[in-house]
Ligand binder design. Structure first.
Ligand code: ZN
Length: 422
């Protein structure tokens, strides 16, 4: 992660402030590295054997790792018991046992290394998304819940991993994704939070959204790609140290706010206009609207699947062969369920069930955005239920205050999606 110091700003500073607060500070999370943040960094450094210079470089980031990810590897010392350790970390014996399958609480060995989760949730609701946040969340979730699989399905233009998580063992394979569009990053938090809630419910043998988590995971194998466009997210939330030429591309579109209006990948290609389903029609429509060059949004690219992020998701979807997909976007509280009348018969009834649990409205995609999207391609080539869910209301990027209502509205859809096609 980049060096942060007095005067730095953006979502990485928010992440730093979150970590310092988890450690014990009480900073306002505003993404501005000012005097209070600098004092908190110095105090942290002094207490952790680091030079207290107030600059967050490699060593300080490394020392903060447990507070970014929510766990620490602890080496057992004489006198340690799981009960005492759990109390010390603000967690429960059960959470420690979940993170360390097969551990025998009655015969801890001195020198044995165990994963100690903290008591706070891994996925925050108070910081904007960055690719670093996604990395930390998945690392933290995998440590707490070893039954969660995490791997890469590709790399972004800037070489960032495109993560895909897997949970469950059932035959009903479903695949959810979020943040094709950079300034719709709040959907990444929605899917990460769902993963955490689902894993936590499974670990305590409890329920989620009115269903048994164990039953859900026996029925379905859920794959989640929480951030299809990590570079674009970093641009929008101020987590990049340079602009990689985006500012110049944005100059061709002076009416679109920069970088807040950026939806595309870092090369100015709209990742949800990249799929081989009416791509030429999408090109015609978008060119007529004036989106003829790489820019913040709506540029279809030089050809279908020319952006590595879309190509990677396309290939991953082919290899997983899911029974149902959900593609998360923001704006309008609607559910798009069809493409060119190719959706199977079960799609509309499922959209109606989603509507019943969310309050969202099933709709047909407006023609101007009716081609070359991920769900369009999925419906066309698989003839299975595929949905674009437009979550939340207001202008993108939606503020973090929308996360709670989006979570409440969508929990039912996320749970139902795992079982509705079984
Ligand atoms: Zn979108």
């Amino acid at each position: 992660m980049q060096i942060l110091r007095y005067g730095s700003s953006g979502s990485l500073v928010e992440l730093l402030q979150l970590a310092l607060n988890r450690y014990g500070a009480s900073l306002v999370i505003d993404g501005v590295f000012g005097g209070a943040t600098q004092r908190a960094v110095r105090a942290f450094q002094a207490a952790n054997g680091l030079a207290a210079d107030g600059v967050v470089g490699l060593r300080t980031h490394r020392a903060l790792q447990p507070w970014y990810t929510g766990y620490r590897v602890h080496t057992i010392r004489p006198g340690d018991t799981l009960y005492r350790l759990a109390a010390q970390y603000g967690t429960t014996v059960r959470a420690v046992e979940t993170a360390n399958p097969g551990i025998d609480p009655l015969s801890l060995r001195v020198g044995q290394r165990i994963t100690m989760p903290y008591g706070f949730a891994v996925v925050p609701g108070s910081v904007r998304v960055s690719s670093a946040l996604v990395d930390f969340c998945l690392q933290g979730l995998r440590a707490r819940y070893p039954f969660l699989g995490v791997g890469e399905f590709g790399r972004s233009v800037l070489g960032r991993p495109l993560w895909r998580a897997r949970v469950g063992t059932g035959g009903n394979v479903v695949y959810y994704n979020a943040s094709h569009h950079a300034n719709e990053w709040i959907t990444t938090l929605l899917l990460l939070r769902f993963l955490e809630a689902l894993c936590a419910a499974a670990a305590r043998e409890g329920g989620i959204g009115g269903r048994s988590a164990a039953e859900l995971l026996r029925t379905a194998t859920l794959y989640v790609a929480p951030a299809v466009n990590p570079d674009g997210i970093d641009l929008v939330t101020g987590a990049l140290s340079q602009d990689f030429g985006t500012r110049r591309l944005a100059e061709d579109y002076p009416d679109i706010p920069y970088p807040a209006g950026w939806k595309a990948n870092i090369r100015g290609v709209d990742l949800n206009l990249q799929y081989p389903a009416g791509w030429a029609q999408a090109r015609e429509i978008k060119f007529a609207q004036g989106y003829t060059t790489p820019g913040p949004r709506d540029f279809v690219g030089e050809g279908p699947l020319t952006a590595p992020e879309s190509l990677a998701l396309y290939r991953d979807t082919l290899s997983l062969d899911p029974r149902l997909i959900l593609a998360y976007h923001t704006q309008g509280r609607v559910i798009y369920w069809n493409y060119n009348n190719l959706a199977p018969e079960e799609s509309l009834p499922i959209a109606r069930q989603f509507a019943a649990v969310s309050g969202y409205t099933p709709e047909l995609t407006p023609n101007e955005s009716g081609h070359a999207g991920y769900k369009d391609w999925f419906i066309q080539d698989f003839r299975r239920p595929g949905f674009t869910i437009e979550a939340g209301e207001g202008e993108n990027p939606l503020p973090l205050s929308q996360l709670e209502p989006i979570w409440r509205d969508n929990l039912g859809i996320l749970v139902l999606g795992m079982v509705v096609t079984k």
